[in-house]
Design a protein around this ligand. Structure first.
Ligand SMILES: C[S@@+](CC[C@H](N)C(=O)[O-])C[C@H]1O[C@@H](n2cnc3c(N)ncnc32)[C@H](O)[C@@H]1O
Length: 190
């Protein structure tokens, strides 16, 4: 297994040239890859595709029968992501507002969700939780303070860290590692 998949290196290089700074860091990516490999035949959801670094890590862990749907609201960003991942038939890049898409979604539940947008992570994670199968993994990052955060963002993350531990349908662990993560298993309480 390569330390960093060639596709990730390629997308990161393109991002660097374009000044794109929102991609997941490599430690998070490696963890995503490992967790993805625990779900053979899995249905994967990524909320907030960016230019595809997180997707590329997930795809490297997924088996050939798994499928990834990744949602991106910015049409130009989604177009770059779609182009960079077009060789892999397991992935579908959807240009959409994640909230609207999740509200309308009535397909099969997901086995894995990587939630990487502010609103869906901090305010409306119910929209993701309702689409998770029992035993599914819910992963979110950027939960440790970062210099680029605004004043208003700190209390939002603090609230998230409290609330996620009390979600009735999740069995969560906060992991203060890399950018700060939560890894949670979905277990319906009623
Ligand atoms: C942190 S970046 C994603 C990074 C990517 N997941 C990775 O691992 O490299 C967050 C992305 O979410 C997108 N985004 C923000 N709000 C969104 C929304 N409501 N629906 C879908 N995508 C959204 C942003 O345009 C941005 O590209």
């Amino acid at each position: 297994m390569t330390l960093v998949p060639p596709l990730v290196e390629r997308i990161e290089a393109i991002g660097q040239r374009a000044g794109w700074r929102l991609s997941s860091e490599s430690m998070t990516g490696r963890l995503l890859r490992t967790l993805a490999a625990t779900k053979p035949g899995g249905r994967f959801l990524e909320v907030g595709a960016g230019i595809g670094v997180g997707s590329a890590w997930l795809l490297d862990g997924m088996d050939e029968t798994s499928a990834l749907t990744t949602l991106e609201v910015a049409p130009n960003v989604a177009a770059v992501c779609r182009d960079l991942l077009k060789h892999d038939s397991r992935v579908t890049v959807v240009t959409t507002d994640a909230g609207a898409w999740l509200e309308a979604y009535d397909g099969e539940p997901f086995d894995f969700a990587f939630v990487d947008t502010t609103v869906t992570k901090f305010d409306r994670r119910d929209l993701v939780l309702r689409h998770l199968r029992d035993g599914a993994l819910f992963v979110a990052d950027d939960l440790l303070p970062q210099e680029k955060w605004t004043e208003a963002h700190h209390p939002r993350v603090e609230r998230f860290r409290r609330e996620i531990m009390e979600e009735p349908d999740l069995v969560p662990t906060l992991v203060d590692w890399a950018s700060g993560l939560v890894i949670a298993a979905h277990r319906r309480s009623s």
